[in-house]
Design a binder for this molecule. Structure first.
Ligand code: ATP
Ligand code: MG
Length: 459
């Protein structure tokens, strides 16, 4: 596998090389079309000025004059009418020049060799040290005609510049490659860390360490990954706690049943004790049955969609029926019950909502004081219905009321532990309310009472 790091470096260096070639081609094209004619013109002017000077000063030594000029950065070829050639300055690499060209200049014409130097993709005529790449002008000195061919001595003129530009280019390239190699490591590092974190997560270790201080997309990714790892850890903890709770809640009635059946087997057990044990066993079996029913319901609620079979029905009616069912218990505990339940129709799942009211009412009865009161009301609020259960029971503190919707959570007070229950009721209630698109809120004060408010959308 080629790592992202290697790919990134190769691609960047590749881009640098390709853009270097493109830049050369474009600047070469610019020289050929724009700079070459200017260069030709400039050198023609210089050549003509030299010729005029030589012409106007017949006393000077022409060869010495050209020698001096070559020292300031020119290469010359002087051809006299007999065809004799004299070179001045640095020698030409390619000295071919046709006789017709020489004749042409000797006859008084100007030769534009720089302008007509052949174009090539990778050839910059500017640097071609050839006799063909010159300007030729006629020159008359002391009554003799010559042809003077001239070109700037690029090597002499640009030697230092050449080196300077060479170093500049080489250093730019080298430094860019080094910087790319290091900066890529910095860019790719968080991805390597994320990969490591994913591996440790999949092996069950949720303690991942990521750099979440970066302000770019990778920082965002690390942040959300961190969040996800935390959520997964919580879920894992919840799952473990859930399993241990279930095991405990199944195990304790089973061992009670076993203990009492052993007692039943003993011949010394009196009939009165027997019937007592049997009723305890029955109670434990009922507890187990309720627990399994609740777990089944929770499992199907967890699967979410399609569990609701909604239809329009009157919740006032439904609540009154549930109250009738528990009237004996309310009377037995000497509780005052008041309600205001006007006919209100909503669209929902009647059997699931039955569970909601059932649990809220049984809680209000179970966790009430003898002689206390319960108030139940329905309020129609345009788009939703508000159902309130208010009791004057044992109440809870703020910390406890935050946790009551957790599975298996039961407030750990001496009083409430003597009351039957699995601690699954309110988590079922909140799941059902959520599936209906509503919400449930609790407000409670220790020793004063509790109020549950359920908001359900009407449709
Ligand atoms: P289950 O409903 O499964 O039979 P449960 O009633 O104990 O068991 P929940 O209905 O989930 O479980 O309630 C969780 C806990 O919240 C209860 O054990 C109780 O401590 C506390 N609680 C719930 N309703 C009230 C209330 N009206 N007043 C005081 N405490 C309450
Ligand atoms: Mg309950």
């Amino acid at each position: 596998m080629r790592s992202l790091y290697v790919k990134f470096v190769v691609v960047t260096v590749g881009i640098m090389i390709v853009s270097g070639i493109l830049a050369f081609l474009i600047s070469n094209m610019y020289y050929q079309h724009k700079l070459k004619p200017l260069n030709d013109q400039k050198n023609t002017t210089i050549a003509l000025e030299i010729a005029t000077f030589a012409n106007e000063h017949p006393t000077i030594n022409l060869k010495e004059y050209l020698d001096h000029l070559s020292e300031v950065g020119y290469q010359f070829l002087l051809v006299d009418h007999t065809g004799e050639k004299s070179f001045f300055g640095a020698s030409f690499r390619d000295k071919t020049l046709s006789n017709t060209t020489k004749e042409y200049v000797l006859n008084g014409n100007i030769y534009h060799g720089i302008l007509h130097f052949p174009q090539g993709t990778f050839v910059t005529g500017f640097f071609a040290n050839e006799l063909k790449n010159t300007i030729g002008v006629p020159l008359t000195h002391n009554g003799k005609s010559y042809a003077l061919f001239l070109r700037p001595d690029i090597k002499l003129l640009f030697n230092e510049m050449h080196l300077l530009f060479g170093w500049l280019l080489a250093l730019t390239l080298l430094l860019s490659i080094i910087i790319v190699i290091f900066s890529t490591k910095y860019l790719v590092k968080p991805i390597t860390k994320l990969t490591k974190a994913t591996k440790s997560l999949s092996s069950g270790d949720f303690k991942v360490e990521l750099d979440t201080t970066r302000h770019d997309e990778l920082g965002e990714l690390s942040k959300s990954f961190h969040g996800m790892a935390k959520k997964l850890e919580q879920l894992d903890d919840m799952r473990k706690e859930f399993i241990s709770n279930i095991s405990h809640d199944i195990q304790s009635p089973l061992s009670n049943i076993q203990g009492y059946t052993n007692l039943l087997e003993q011949e010394s057990t009196s009939p009165k004790e027997r019937s007592n044990y049997i009723s305890i066993i029955n109670g434990e079996i009922k507890r187990l049955s309720i627990l399994t029913k609740q777990l089944l319901l929770l499992a199907s609620l967890d699967r979410n969609e399609d569990i609701l079979t909604k239809k329009p029905f009157q919740i006032g009616e439904q609540l009154k029926e549930i109250i009738r069912n528990y009237q004996w218990w309310i009377n037995e505990k000497d509780i005052m019950l008041g309600y205001s339940l006007p006919d209100t129709e909503i669209i929902g799942d009647p059997s699931l909502l039955h569970n909601v009211w059932d649990n809220l009412l049984t809680n209000a009865i179970k966790y009430n004081k003898s002689g206390g009161s319960i108030d139940i009301s329905i309020e129609d609020r345009d788009t939703f219905v508000l159902v309130t259960f208010r009791d004057t029971g044992i109440g809870m503190n703020a910390l406890e009321s935050e946790r009551i919707f957790d599975r298996f959570y039961r407030v750990d007070t001496a009083r409430s532990q003597t009351i039957e229950g699995t601690g699954l009721g309110l988590s079922i209630v909140s799941s059902i309310v959520r599936l209906h698109g509503g919400q449930i809120k609790v407000n409670s004060k220790e020793k004063e009472g509790t109020t549950f408010r359920v908001e359900l959308p009407k449709i």
